[in-house]
Design a protein around this ligand. Sequence first.
Ligand code: DX5
Ligand code: ZN
Length: 217
Amino acid sequence: MKKIAPSILSADFSRLDKEVRAVERAGADLIHVDVMDGHFVPNITIGPLVVTGLKKLTSLPLDVHLMIEEPGRYIEAFAQAGATWITIHAEVCRQLRPMIRRIRQLNVRPGVALNPATPLRRLYPVLEEIDLVLLMSVNPGFGGQAFIPAVLKKVEQLREMIDRNNYSLEIEVDGGIKLENIGGVSRAGGDIFVLGTGIFKTANYRETIRRLKREVL
Ligand code: DX5
Ligand code: ZN
């Protein structure tokens, strides 16, 4: 089943509880949490404390996207805080496998993210060990950027590889997704669609999510 993952990066943080409950009621499938450290990306956002708070607010799975330079130092804290998925960036890990195994040992589902310019072959050694590949369709760091169309080819290639080898993992696409382009991302092979501004900057979350789901059927 295709899934819609609102990124709370674009929510109103002065009323985060209401925002999270509103997207849950509106039909979101998971909550995407963008963690940024001011090193891997220029922005600073959310730490494990906020994830602990989110866990109390919602029964939706928490999809924690670590855009941080030293994920190994924080995996345990995010697992304890209640992450369902933890996704680490291939660009910061010389050795992905040990990190993936640690995530799995903590009963969290491991994912690996690739920046738009990072080739798919970085994933080949670990494709059988992960539950999720997150393909960035903007350069990480900020919400509200334009979708990079070249990433569609990458989505198609990964889809083909997954189907050919029967890997049991989902493709998540993150950045610049809107009602106008989500259909194309879905046809290319995406399973999970992250939207920040594409949901939180719209007037009626329920209507937006309903229309998004109709596009990806
Ligand atoms: C970007 C983040 C995204 C971002 C998406 O670094 O990983 O999850 O919040 O926001 P939009 O949908 O506005 O591009
Ligand atoms: Zn993200």
